[in-house]
Write a protein that binds this ligand. Structure first.
Ligand SMILES: Nc1ncnc2c1ncn2[C@@H]1O[C@H](COP(=O)(O)OP(=O)(O)OP(=O)(O)O)[C@@H](O)[C@H]1O
Ligand SMILES: [Mg+2]
Length: 290
């Protein structure tokens, strides 16, 4: 079963898509099978991976969400080995409204991911810069969410709203949702403010902050216009090196968590076997913990 990670922040331009594409490509470097689901009508993850948004008008995540197509049938191979994408196009804007009358409207993405989860090790969801139904579907489908924060003065603005939304989703829709980590992006070594933002965020979020920090790197901003990840475009760049370190760190965290859950499963099973049949189900937690 794939680990499903949602890359979310309702603030625009913080590096969600750049991180989705390059973490996915870095995980492929680690020989993982990876899928990116582009949930942003801007379709930047699709075009950034060289898959034309308008060439896939009838085979995008929009058709999957409204039930016209199976997720498996819209997957496209990208130019990166082992990396697939479910594309987005501007039709997806309509899905926010159309889905309102659908059954299980918050679970449309989760239900479709369940049909292909065994084909991948990781599924990354690139979210739009909003907290609407597309992001709600993404958080409802995910095991965890990763928050890119730009190393700028207003970095923390809106973060409490995102954590609050995730907490509500955990409580009402997806009890297993946890925070995967906070990723600091566009770090500028020459800028004092960048250093201040990093230390403030580390004070607030401690070990939730990934050790790998993504610097501002012009090669990272050039790669999408060539339809390539940073590994195909310039594998020697600092951007490529940092995204590879990040993917290793992420994979280690995930493997540790899987091991921990496997070792606690037998204990839990014994505990459950000892409980009387009419014992109440545990209440879902409102807070989002790692
Ligand atoms: N580390 C970086 N160094 C330099 N430029 C970067 C870096 N990360 C992202 N960028 C550039 O910053 C801009 C915003 O990045 P990106 O599109 O990844 O953000 P986003 O959060 O997905 O935006 P949106 O909210 O619009 O979806 C893009 O032009 C991108 O190329
Ligand atoms: Mg984006």
């Amino acid at each position: 079963m794939a680990r499903v990670i949602c890359i979310a922040n309702q603030k625009g331009g913080v590096g969600k898509t750049t991180s989705s594409v390059n973490i996915a490509a870095a995980l492929c470097q680690l020989k993982k099978r990876v899928l990116i689901i582009d949930m942003d009508p801007q379709g930047n993850a699709s075009s950034g991976l060289g898959v034309k948004r308008f060439g896939t008008q009838d085979s995008s995540i929009y058709q999957v969400l409204i039930g016209e197509k199976n997720l498996h049938d819209v997957l496209q191979q990208t130019s990166e080995e082992g990396l697939f994408v479910a594309t987005a196009n501007p039709d997806l804007v309509g899905a926010e409204i159309e889905l309102v009358d659908f059954e299980r409207r918050e679970y449309r993405l989760k239900d479709s991911i369940a049909t292909i989860s065994d084909e991948f090790d990781y599924i990354l969801i690139d979210c739009p810069p909003s907290l609407g139904l597309l992001t709600v579907n993404s958080l409802s489908a995910a095991d965890s969410f990763l928050v890119p924060l730009q190393c700028e003065y207003y970095a923390l603005e809106g973060l409490s709203q995102l954590l609050n939304t995730a907490g509500l989703i955990k409580k009402g829709l997806n009890p297993r949702l946890s925070i995967e980590g906070i990723l600091l992006t566009m770090f500028d070594t020459r800028n004092n403010l960048s250093h201040q933002v990093v230390s403030e965020i580390k004070t607030h979020f401690a070990d939730k902050v990934f050790e790998a920090i993504i610097p501002r790197n012009v090669r990272l901003s050039e790669a999408p216009s060539h339809g390539q990840s940073i590994f195909s475009y310039d594998s020697k760049s600092i951007g490529a090196k940092r995204y590879l370190s990040l993917a290793k760190e992420l994979d280690e965290r995930v493997q540790k968590r899987i091991l921990k859950s496997q070792t606690s499963e037998p204990a839990k099973a014994t505990e459950q076997a000892q409980q009387p049949d009419n014992s109440p189900a545990p209440e879902p937690q409102g807070e989002v913990n790692a």
